[in-house]
Write a protein that binds this ligand. Sequence first.
Ligand SMILES: Nc1ncnc2c1ncn2[C@@H]1O[C@H](COP(=O)(O)OP(=O)(O)OP(=O)(O)O)[C@@H](O)[C@H]1O
Length: 283
Amino acid sequence: MIKIDIQKELIGSNGTMKLDVDFRIKSGDFVALTGLSGSGKTTLLRILAGLEQSDSFISVEGECWQDNKKFLPPQKREIGFVFQDYALFSNMNVLENLLFVKNDLKLANHLLEITELSKLAKRSVNSLSGGQKQRVSLCRALMNKPKLLLMDEPLSALDPSMRTKLQDEILILHREFKTTTIMVSHDPSEIYRLSNRVLVLENGKLIKDGTAKKVLLKTSGSAKFSFEGELLDIIKVDVIYIAIIAIGQQLVEVVLSEDETKELQIGSKIRVSTKAFSPTISI
Ligand SMILES: Nc1ncnc2c1ncn2[C@@H]1O[C@H](COP(=O)(O)OP(=O)(O)OP(=O)(O)O)[C@@H](O)[C@H]1O
């Protein structure tokens, strides 16, 4: 069990905001932390890692890492940290990056095997692709068998197919090592695939806590499909109006009446939903 009670005054572009969260995590859980930019996600991870001062109480499996008298420095906290920008030792090869954390060749080789990096063990990390670098970073974070694995948008710089591949590897590693994990992510499909619990942070406070299905599923009432998108344009064609909407990587068109166009503003976030229930799926 991990007990977390964090209080910290943050200074943002719109003035001060208090990061104020109090929650517990069961050992072995995979928690996704999500929320708007600036809500305090990275700061929360940094406080857990001991990289940031705060008024906090943190205890991990019965050991106090931080309270009003005690502050364990980062190197004494049994954490693994995976950053978006890899943060590898660029003067070392892949294997050296892992062995630097712990001189355990058997574990290093095992991790490299799971992440299909064995053939690259002697390669300089500078010569690797983004996906390969992030795998090394993930393996390195697991070398000291941490009690808590923290990942800050680890896959956001990768293309969609590489993301899916690394998500699979993260799942395999989580099943084997059962490391309690907190991962910051903005990607609903990633959160759904990986986590068993989702926390939503807004202005420094936890506003939602539940499974991905409960927290992220946005269909409500009788709507069968519902997608959030950005209204890019409204074009008049004869007597009808067509809205051009960006949903994820795709553009879609929706026919509107003149009345509907009056309530919409180009550039705003909108929701497209339908009650029809005869979906066609193709690949
Ligand atoms: N050490 C600090 N002291 C005071 N304020 C801070 C500190 N670190 C960050 N902040 C402020 O706290 C707010 C939250 O920042 P944070 O990086 O934690 O948000 P985030 O949810 O991770 O955002 P993003 O999704 O964009 O990465 C920001 O307004 C930031 O300027």
